[in-house]
Design a protein around this ligand. Structure first.
Ligand SMILES: [Zn+2]
Length: 320
């Protein structure tokens, strides 16, 4: 359930209320900017989903206000408030999709070896409800379920074969661009989250006692950003695979630009070490202490990545 009072506390300042009638007054109107004088002019109802400014007369529903204060689209705000009007047909269509989960099988030696190679222990494996599938379309894949608010929505199947293609396979049109892997582990107390590249990075980071999430694709959608905002996230640390830094202008740079309009964004320089999925606890901590946050630093990091690659004798053609 959406809590308007909690949202306001995160994005503005309530100077009075909730009153007996459920009215909350903000110190400043986000539309006309009128500050609190003798009495605040901007009121939001906690009981009914509406707001009103006594000075400029702007009024509307919570979704409009959440969109304004949270700097997000009306559509994204609607998802947070749980009051989606736009695109309702699309919403309905997506709701009807019920993902069928592949059947579970005994863990094969290969699958066990894969988890061992990734150094994922049994406790972590069970925490994420991982299981093995050995038949049909998802044969030889570890099934990684994606939960959202306690519900098992969809999954990704990671091949355990060295030449398995694609590496990750998931059901089509499962609404994955509206979900974040490991989202349920974000409590409203957590203000900083790591955005990793894939589920196994997130799983490994969990084992290193660091909270991370990932989108289930290369980019991040407005809905996924809205989900982070809903949990009150203030800072996002991008921790992507080493190779992502070579693709700075496209991959990580694009993410960085999109996220930095909404959050403080920092980049964890994983390229000095391994991929996030291979780090141990000490290395994770070390990397998290050396994040950078400016365009200048990003350029320097990119330069450093290239330099290292040349030093490692990689072909110049690999570096785009
Ligand atoms: Zn106003």
């Amino acid at each position: 359930m959406f809590d308007i009072q909690q949202f306001l506390n995160q994005h503005s300042r309530i100077v009075e209320g909730p009153t007996a009638k459920g009215e909350m007054f903000l110190d400043r109107c986000p539309y006309c900017g009128a500050p609190k004088t003798h009495k605040s002019s901007f009121t939001v109802s906690k009981v009914r989903p509406v707001f009103y400014c006594y000075r400029c007369g702007t009024k509307g529903n919570w979704t409009k206000l959440v969109s304004k204060l949270g700097k997000m689209s009306y559509q994204a705000a609607g998802l947070i408030v749980g009051h989606v009007k736009a695109n309702k047909t699309e919403e309905k269509k997506e709701e009807q999709i019920v993902v069928r989960f592949p059947t579970s099988a005994m863990w094969s030696t290969r699958a066990v070896n894969y988890l061992e190679k990734r150094q994922i222990d049994a406790k972590t494996r069970d925490h994420f409800h991982l299981y093995f599938c050995n038949s049909g379309k998802y044969r030889d894949r570890i099934i990684v379920p994606v939960f959202h608010k306690g519900e098992r929505i969809t999954f990704q199947g990671r091949t355990v074969l060295p030449d398995g293609d694609p590496r990750y396979l998931s059901p089509p049109n499962d609404g994955k661009n509206r979900l974040l892997f490991n989202y349920d582990s974000l409590s409203t107390k957590i203000k900083v989250v790591i955005l990793a590249e894939g589920p196994f990075d997130v799983i490994r980071l969990y084992q290193n006692r660091v909270t991370a999430v990932c989108s289930l694709g290369k980019s991040i959608s407005d809905t996924q950003i809205a989900l982070l905002k809903e949990r009150g996230i203030k800072k996002v640390i991008l921790m992507q695979d080493r190779d992502a830094l070579v693709r700075i202008d496209k991959g990580i740079g694009k993410l960085w630009r999109k996220l930095s309009s909404q959050f403080d964004v920092e980049i964890a320089p994983v390229m000095c070490k391994n991929d996030p999925g291979e780090l141990d606890r000490a290395e994770t901590q070390e990397i998290l202490q050396s994040t950078c946050c400016s365009a200048y630093e990003l350029k320097r990091m990119k330069f450093e990545t290239k330099r290292r690659q040349y030093a490692n004798g990689r072909k110049a053609a690999d570096i785009s």
